[in-house]
Design a protein around this ligand. Structure first.
Ligand code: FES
Ligand code: FES
Length: 160
């Protein structure tokens, strides 16, 4: 069945089984491989993308349910030109050496972007709540939290 999706600001036509998870459409059909497969059960967050600006687990979103909603992936969020939240976060990630193996990090960044758009000055509890669905097997959680605080501070100061 044919679907017309809005992915990273472009209209993309795909031919898929309606139940195909959005993650596989992005990775296999559209070759956007920044979103990762971890669990396939909405449990790890590695596949996080934005749907109408909200983070979703794309492994558990059937392509038929997307409709005309805007999809944004890590490629556009941190590409050129990146939004201010993504710029601040990627700088903080690099400066704070946040990633270890890196596998979970595109999902972490997508959740963190959504958090900072909603809460420019998040508390530790806000961060823990927003990031609780993003698992890191390398346990980089304290660096992720510090990176989000750094990015939020730089956004508030106008440095990002
Ligand atoms: S692969 Fe989607 S949440 Fe784990
Ligand atoms: S950096 Fe390795 S899983 Fe998160």
């Amino acid at each position: 069945m044919q679907f017309e999706l809005t992915v990273n600001g472009e209209r993309r036509r795909v031919d898929e089984d309606p139940q195909t998870p959005l993650l596989w459409v992005l990775r296999d059909s559209l070759h956007l491989t920044g979103s990762k497969y971890g669990c396939g059960k909405a449990q790890c967050g590695a596949c996080t993308v934005h749907l109408e600006g909200r983070p979703v687990r794309s492994c558990s979103v059937p392509v038929a349910s997307v409709g005309s909603r805007r999809i944004e992936t890590i490629e556009a969020a941190t590409g050129s030109p990146a939004g201010p939240e993504a710029r601040a976060l990627t700088r903080a990630w690099v400066d704070g050496n946040v990633p270890q193996c890196g596998f979970c990090q595109s999902g972490q960044i997508m959740s963190a972007i959504a958090l900072l758009r909603e809460r420019p000055n998040p508390s530790d509890q806000d961060i823990d709540r927003a990031m609780s669905g993003n698992i890191c097997r390398c346990a980089t959680y304290s660096r992720i939290r510090a990176g989000i605080h750094t990015a939020a501070a730089s956004l508030r100061s106008g440095a990002a």
